[in-house]
Ligand binder design. Sequence first.
Ligand code: FNR
Length: 198
Amino acid sequence: MSESMSGSSLKIAGIAGSLRRGSYNRMLLAALGEVLPKRAALVPVEIGDLPLYNEDLNNPERLPAAVAAFKQRLSTADAVVFATPEYNYSIPGVLKNALDWASRPVAESPLRGKPAGIMGASQGAFGTVRAQLHLRHVCVFLDLHPFNVPEVLVRDPAQKFDAHGILTDGPTRRLLQQFGEALVAWTLRLRGDGAAGR
Ligand code: FNR
């Protein structure tokens, strides 16, 4: 039995939907890692080195090494959490590209049946609400299961993180803590271990 299955720790794969170094969504993921319940650990999974999806490469002989490594990292995770900005009222292309790679072959996708959490930070007044709803839509086919509440919609992130990328906004930090607790409880519940999360 793996360590995560024995109940001692949960591995949460964290994917940021932004590649830029100063990304607020990367900061949000890092902040989640700080406030997650002790039994869970956030493991950042990078998507910036994935090539653009090409069906010609999606076979065992030609699969790019970066894609194989990405899928392997997802397969060993107990749950996945996304921190995504909103781009043109949807999710960024880099995130969709990563999900497309992870989705095929469908029967072997490391995302199938996994618990998930969705959060986001954007400059706009609605703090990624439209991107998050689009991501939920994509999750349907992926058979990825995001929990619903609490929602973490961070608007005006420049006022909430300091120059070192630390989340300094108290209410957002408390919300993030509740989000982390909900993610762990949801992960345990989906694998039939709900009582262990309480
Ligand atoms: C944006 N931005 C943006 N913001 C928003 O609230 N709604 C939107 O539809 C968009 N659209 C959009 C498109 C493109 C191409 C870019 C580059 C940006 C602003 C965006 O939310 C802001 O740049 C965030 O700070 C990006 O997230 P990271 O990189 O800080 O994680």
